[in-house]
Each structure stands twice: as structure tokens, then as C-alpha cells.
Design a protein around this ligand. Structure first.
Ligand code: HH2
Length: 257
């Protein structure tokens, strides 16, 4: 899954794809490099971010999703109105970092469209989530949350076979929590749904290189984390540097046989 942030303030590529034309070109290039789907987002969820209105988010994503007609597109949003418009324009998946807790309309929009859905774990909200996150056991708490949100989605009319789950790397978690979630990924695989991991360029990857104030990680560190996640059962990897990940994962897959 290639990441396309149509935002002025994303943590790793702020403002680069705010105009529709370079954004659409970048998306096609990610697909050419082997991405199976492009995740288009019009709202940054980086630690400390404030959120945007539905009008602003729509204005950002609409021309990009329209320009990608015929391409596999996921819409990274928590808002029913934004998801509805993106699905009308041909998106086939909704990626909701709030796991259907942000907007009560979203579950119905997804159920009516019959599209794919990603449910992600987040502790708190982006503005405050990195202020001292604590868990007794991060993996079992994330697992219980994802099971509960999966049951909620199904009760709202979403087909279980359309749902993938994501432990939410960096969303209300310390560096140690993030790596433990990937290390013990088999416990989340046991839920029985495909797992999505988004470790790409996240600050934990910069911090383990020795910079305690890192805001991002490198492409090479991202690839290392993605291959480790793949080895432990992840099915979808949400990444910025598509070519590097496709090559590394192709090699890892050949080794796995
Ligand atoms: N991470 C980000 C955004 N959306 N969705 C899922 N399912 N999983 C993730 O790990 C995830 C996500 C944050 O990364 P990015 O989109 O690059 O940054 P920003 O939120 O600042 O736009």
C-alpha cells in the first residue's frame, strides 16, 4: 500500500502532494513500482495534529481520487462524508484510524458501499496520544480492541471478509510498544483477519538509530521493519518508498518459498 498524503503538514512529506497533478503522478508511479493500492489521505494524524474540517479534507482529496479513476485507491479518512465521496469516485477501501469511533456515519457508508475496510488501533487522539502512553500488556490490549471493533463493524453490516486490522504503529505507543507489537504479531494474526502494518518512516525507526528527538525514520529502516512484519504474518504494508519495499518484500517472499 503506497502512502499519498495530500496535506500541508504530514510528518514525513509535508505539502509535497497538496496540488492534485503531482499527487496523481506520484500515485501512478507507486502503482508502476508494484504497489497494489494507493492510500490517499487529506488529514494528517501525526502526533500533535489538530484535524481538519470535512470541507477542507474533501477539497484536498476529491481531485486526486477523481484523477485516479480506474486505479486501486484506499481513502484514509475517519469522516463519513469524505469516504462517501471517495467511494463514489471509485475508491475501493476505507482506512479509518479511529476504527469507526470518529464519525457515527462511517460504518453505514462502508456497509452500503460493500467496500474493504481497515480498522486501526489508536490510544487517545492524535493531539495528545504520545503523552506517556501506558499498557499492562500492549499486545493483548490491542488485540482485545481490534476484536471488539471487528465485531462492531460486522454488527453494523460490514462483511467480515472485507475487514483488515492494524495495531496502529505510533498511535499512542512508545518505541518499545511499537516493536513489541511487531515481535508478537502472531498473537494478532490469530484473530483471523489480514493485518496491515504502517511502520514506514515513523519516528521509532529514527529513535533506535540513536536520535531520541527523531521525527522520522529512513527508508532503509522502514524496509527492515516491513520485512520483519511480513515474516511474522503481516499481509499489507503501508509504505512511502514503494520501490524499495516491493524489492525487499519480493526477496523475503522468495526466501519464505
Ligand atoms: N499511519 C498514518 C496514517 N494512517 N493508517 C493505517 N491504517 N496505519 C497506519 O500506521 C497509519 C495510517 C501516519 O502516517 P502518514 O500518513 O505518513 O502521516 P500523516 O498522518 O502525518 O499524514
Amino acid at each position: 500500500m503506497g502512502v499519498l498524503n495530500v496535506t500541508p503538514d504530514s510528518f514525513s512529506d509535508p505539502g509535497i502532494f497538496l496540488r492534485a497533478e503531482p499527487a496523481v503522478t506520484e500515485a501512478w508511479s507507486m502503482l508502476d513500482c508494484g504497489a497494489a493500492i494507493v492510500d490517499v489521505g487529506g488529514e494528517s494524524t501525526r502526533p500533535g495534529s489538530e484535524g481538519v474540517s470535512a470541507e477542507e479534507e474533501l477539497a484536498r482529496i476529491e481531485p486526486v481520487v477523481a484523477g485516479l479513476a480506474g486505479a486501486p485507491v484506499s481513502i484514509d479518512t475517519s469522516k463519513g462524508a469524505v469516504a462517501r465521496r471517495a467511494l463514489e469516485l471509485g475508491a475501493e477501501m476505507v482506512n479509518d484510524v479511529t476504527a469507526l469511533r470518529g464519525d457515527p456515519e462511517l460504518a453505514g457508508v462502508v456497509a452500503d458501499a460493500g467496500c474493504y475496510l481497515c480498522l486501526m488501533h489508536m490510544r487517545g487522539e492524535p493531539r495528545t496520544m504520545q503523552a506517556d502512553p501506558r499498557y499492562d500488556d500492549v499486545v493483548s490490549e490491542v488485540k482485545a480492541f481490534l476484536e471488539e471493533r471487528l465485531a462492531f463493524a460486522v454488527s453494523a453490516g460490514v462483511k467480515e471478509e472485507h475487514v483488515c486490522l492494524d495495531p496502529g504503529i505510533g498511535f499512542g505507543k512508545t518505541v518499545a510498544h511499537n516493536f513489541e507489537l511487531v515481535r508478537r504479531l502472531d498473537e494478532l494474526v490469530a484473530i483471523g483477519r489480514p493485518l496491515l502494518i504502517g511502520f514506514s518512516r515513523k519516528s521509532s525507526l529514527g529513535k533506535i538509530m540513536g536520535d531520541p528527538n527523531a521525527k522520522t525514520g529512513t527508508a532503509a529502516a522502514s524496509v527492515g521493519a516491513a520485512v520483519a512484519a511480513y515474516d511474522r504474518g503481516a499481509t499489507l504494508l503501508r509504505v512511502h518508498d514503494v520501490r524499495e519495499h516491493v524489492e525487499a518484500l519480493t526477496a523475503a517472499k522468495a526466501v519464505a518459498g
